[in-house]
Design a binder for this molecule. Structure first.
Ligand code: SF4
Length: 338
């Protein structure tokens, strides 16, 4: 059974539903779905993949968000309709509040995180938010998580902002308890050893970019930005401002490159230029139209991906099919189709 939290942002009604695993998620209208994988929440090393989607687009990211969704008791969060005014949703297990977000509407991730920790009188929160790019309808706006992880550049960040949903806030809760804790610990050690054989590492350090993983993979965006002819320092600068405003850095780099070539000019003040793009996006939009853009749709993944491991870890063959089945059984106490 999966536990689904439906939040209607228009009438502010909240409903929790239990649904059989085989039943489809309601993707009607412009519903925006956050999905945590079945084994998230227990503290499995390297298991953190979050899926965010609507009926046409899918985006996935490692982060700490999926883990704390499950620790709050939810496999899915579904946001329906749109609010008339900016809101954020605070989830503390069964206590769900939809709160006004006008005071954080124009803020970036770090400022929002600081403000909400104070407002909610809790330092232990996990947030997903949209930045200035999203609220100004930039097509390649992202949803931003802790440590600059993000997803949703193909329309989902914009959709979240269109719903006037500035942020989703999860109270950090204790890990879920696996069915067979001793066996679980054994398998967790096995996974850790196969990823990197060093038992001095803190897999659960808050500063790790992905929950339960110490690899902190290099940001591939910098290389992609450089492929548009920017040097390393310029690429880092583009990436920094993209994170600040909540937009995809590679699409931004491509647009800046087109602008420079079209008008045969250099950009002196990148921050000022990006602000201009955001504030006059209709004018600048043609710079960012990508050819042959393929919107990703939800598709069946392999068994390891379904459980919630990232592709990079799966390439390390961290678990055989038989071991995956045992891991599922010792956590959930039952077999699920993977
Ligand atoms: S291998 Fe990289 S992408 Fe995968 S969970 Fe670890 S840090 Fe994240």
């Amino acid at each position: 059974m999966k536990k689904i939290l439906h939040i209607n942002l228009n009438n502010k009604k909240v409903k929790t539903v239990h649904q059989y695993d085989e039943c489809k998620i309601n993707l009607n209208g412009d519903n925006l779905v956050f999905e945590a994988p079945p084994l998230a929440g227990y503290g499995v090393v390297g298991l953190n993949r979050l899926s965010v989607y609507n009926k046409t687009s899918l985006s996935q990211s490692g982060s700490h968000f999926a883990h704390f969704m499950k620790c709050n008791g939810y496999d899915y969060l579904i946001f329906e309709d749109k609010s008339d005014y900016p809101v954020y949703v605070y989830i503390d297990k069964e206590n769900i509040s939809i709160k006004e977000a006008t005071h954080i509407y124009n803020e970036d991730y770090e400022s929002i995180h600081t403000s909400l920790k104070k407002e909610l009188e809790n330092d232990k929160i996990e947030i997903a938010t949209v930045g200035m790019a999203g609220i100004n309808n930039v097509d390649f706006a992202k949803i931003i998580f802790r440590n600059n992880k993000s997803c949703g550049k193909d329309g989902l960040g914009k959709l979240m902002a269109t719903k006037n949903l500035k942020a989703i806030v999860l109270k950090n809760q204790e890990n879920l308890m696996p069915h067979d804790n001793d066996k679980f610990k054994k398998y967790n050690q096995l996974i850790a050893q196969r990823i990197i054989n060093n038992n001095k590492i803190d897999w659960y350090d808050e500063n790790n970019s992905c929950y339960g993983c110490c690899l902190n993979c290099k940001n591939t965006a910098i290389d992609k930005i450089q492929s548009y002819g920017f040097n390393l320092e310029e690429a880092k600068n583009i990436n920094k401002w993209s994170d600040f405003y909540g937009m995809d850095s590679v699409t931004l780099a491509q647009g800046i490159d087109t602008y420079k070539k079209t008008f045969d000019t250099e950009i002196i003040d990148l921050n000022y230029f990006i602000q201009n793009i955001i504030n006059n996006y209709d004018y600048y939009r043609p710079l960012f139209i990508k050819e042959n853009t393929k919107i990703k749709k939800k598709k069946n993944s392999d068994s390891g991906e379904k459980l919630g491991f990232c592709k990079i870890l799966l390439q390390k063959n961290i678990l055989s099919e038989k071991e995956k089945k045992i891991l599922v059984k010792c956590i959930l106490g039952l077999n699920i189709a993977i």
